[in-house]
Design a protein. Structure first.
Length: 562
């Protein structure tokens, strides 16, 4: 049987010549982009710019966990020893947490009303918030610092440290502890307290590689949900607890009724990720190290130039001098040096009281150019710091602390962009770290105090009894950190006033965003100040005059009364 094949006819009716088949290798090159025919330049594997770029496609845990310790140790070294890296981390911490990180209760009374059928409303939410916030301040700001297992930090300081771990290491980790033995007169009021744990201690037992259900020390189920955490009893670098560095404790994520035992926060960058992404400086570690080396080299050069300010140049080297003088190498040089010394001692010419140096025949004076750093250094430094700022999510001015060449418009634009990232970081950290810790405390608080505000028809102990079911709406809160601040206080405060008057924003939002304070405390303080002015017979400030005038107008005058 003869194999047949189709023949394509040309315009003349004759068969067209066959195109020879491409060799298999050339066909593969065409599919791979060898001739530049790929739909995307990023898929090119044969071009001069892309052929050597073949990164591996790994899962998030394999991509990070194997190299996590090396990356973190390098970043920590930078933060310890480099001012740019340390300043970048500090700027983020001071803007996100600052010196006061406060929770303002905002219970979801609508959800509570739906879940319970009771008359939870905005009035109850306000009363509840006032009561809970006062209890929380007593716990979080306790001078004896019983909120910390080690009794070293207030809650704000614990959050500052936790976020620092998150920024540098990629993870922040805390254990929720229960220590009833600390409760007593003049001692702790609550058994709940927190233990900050260095993320380095979260690891696979016996220093093993990751397993299917244990990723970087996090025990997971078949869905990838964390079940518990393997915590090394002592840091692997702790010389004083060498035996405990090879022992691990397994701590379950939560109790049977949902109370947190461990709080693990990190910024998830990929689906299926179980450990943090090695901090915000990981993408710029190499460039920061290059800048440090360049900076050190320029400093060394400047020091050398300052030491060797000038030198004398002679037309002869040592061997030529020896031959010219017809003596041994060493004796000839010494003889020549003696001649030079004698010449300079005998030729001390003075002009107007100033000595004029007279050089030996053939000598000349040269100076060393001490212009350091190099003219290209400032541009290189600026480019690297802009790269660092972009990677860290802050403005380049915040990294360099140099605002000399920035005008109002560009400074405000940079601040607004940086504020978006800062606000997101604060809210993510609060939701993933601070709020779970506060919720664990709140469970004990509602069980300890049965006089907390309740809606009509709710029996005493109702919230404590049903807390596991009502945990989320009861625990809802806002976290106040440092305010955004102003570049032009007059113009920006006028804008805030216009926004409030137009109903586009509220006093609470404006005060929280611009100063990081609680609006109710501000209003209460204003009332105290106005009353004090009246008691002393002083004229109230302008903002209070309209209220005073309205109040006086509402009161009947003595003449009218008569």
């Amino acid at each position: 049987m003869t194999e047949r094949s189709a023949v394509i006819l040309g315009p003349d009716g004759k068969g067209m010549p066959r195109t020879p088949a491409l060799p298999r290798r050339r066909r593969a090159m065409g599919l791979a982009g060898g001739w530049g025919q790929t739909p995307y330049d990023a898929a090119d594997i044969t071009g001069p710019h892309m052929e050597a770029w073949n990164p591996l496609l790994w899962s998030p845990d394999v991509e990070l966990n194997v190299y996590r310790d090396r990356i973190v140790s390098r970043i920590r070294d930078l933060v310890r020893n480099d001012g740019w890296a340390s300043g970048t981390i500090t700027r983020v911490l001071d803007n996100a947490i600052g010196g006061s990180f406060r929770a303002i209760s905002k219970p979801d009374y609508r959800a509570l009303r739906v879940k319970t059928g009771l008359s939870f409303d905005a009035v109850w939410a306000d009363e509840w918030g006032r009561a809970i916030d006062s209890h929380w301040r007593g716990f979080a700001e306790d001078e004896n610092q019983y909120c910390d297992v080690g009794r070293r930090l207030s809650f704000t300081q614990m959050c500052w440290t936790g976020l620092r771990h998150d920024l540098v290491d990629g993870d922040s980790l805390a254990q929720v502890c229960w220590l009833p033995e600390r409760i007593g007169e003049g001692r702790a009021e609550y058994a709940t307290c927190f233990n900050l744990i260095d993320p380095d201690r979260l690891s696979v037992p016996q220093n093993n590689w990751d397993l299917k259900y244990c990723r970087g020390g996090v025990q997971i189920d078949e869905w990838g949900a964390p079940l518990g955490y393997h915590i090394r009893r002592a840091h692997q670098g702790d010389w004083f607890s060498a035996a405990e560095t090879q022992e691990w404790d397994y701590i379950e994520r939560e109790t049977d009724w949902g109370r947190a035992n461990m709080v693990h926060h990190f910024q998830s960058e990929r689906a299926g990720q179980h450990r943090g992404g090695a901090g915000i400086l990981a993408p710029v570690v190499q460039r920061l190290k290059m800048l440090i080396k360049y900076d050190g080299t320029e400093l060394d050069a400047a020091i050398v130039n300052s030491i060797f300010g000038a030198y004398v140049e002679s037309p002869y080297d040592q061997d030529m001098l020896a031959d010219a003088l017809g003596a041994g190498g060493g004796d000839g040089v010494m003889a020549y040096q003696d001649v030079r010394t004698a010449f300079h001692e005998e030729n001390r010419v003075m002009l107007g009281g100033v000595r004029m140096p007279m050089l030996a025949p053939g000598e000349k004076i040269n100076t060393v150019d001490a212009a350091r750093p190099n003219s290209n250094f400032a541009a290189f430094e600026s480019a690297v710091l802009r790269n660092v700022a972009s990677g860290a999510g802050v403005s380049s001015m915040q990294v360099s602390n140099n605002w000399s060449d920035v005008n109002y418009s560009s400074a405000r634009a940079a601040m607004l962009e940086a504020w978006k990232t800062m606000d997101r970081r604060r809210k993510n950290f609060a939701q993933g770290y601070a709020s779970p810790m506060r919720t664990a405390w709140l469970e004990e608080c509602v069980a300890l105090y049965d006089d907390l505000p309740l809606p009509a028809g709710a029996p005493r102990g109702f919230l404590a009894k049903y807390f596991p079911r009502l945990r989320t709406p009861l625990s809802r809160c806002n976290w106040l950190g440092p305010g955004r601040g102003w570049i032009d206080p007059v113009a920006e405060r006028k804008g805030s006033i216009m926004g409030i008057d137009a109903g586009l924003t509220t006093l609470e939002d404006e005060i929280a965003e611009n100063s990081g304070a609680d609006w109710e405390e501000k209003v209460d303080q204003r009332a105290v100040e106005v009353n004090r002015f009246r008691e002393l017979g002083l004229t109230p400030p302008e903002w209070a005059l309209s209220g005073v005038a309205a109040e006086d107008a509402a009161q009947p005058k003595e003449e009218d009364a008569k």
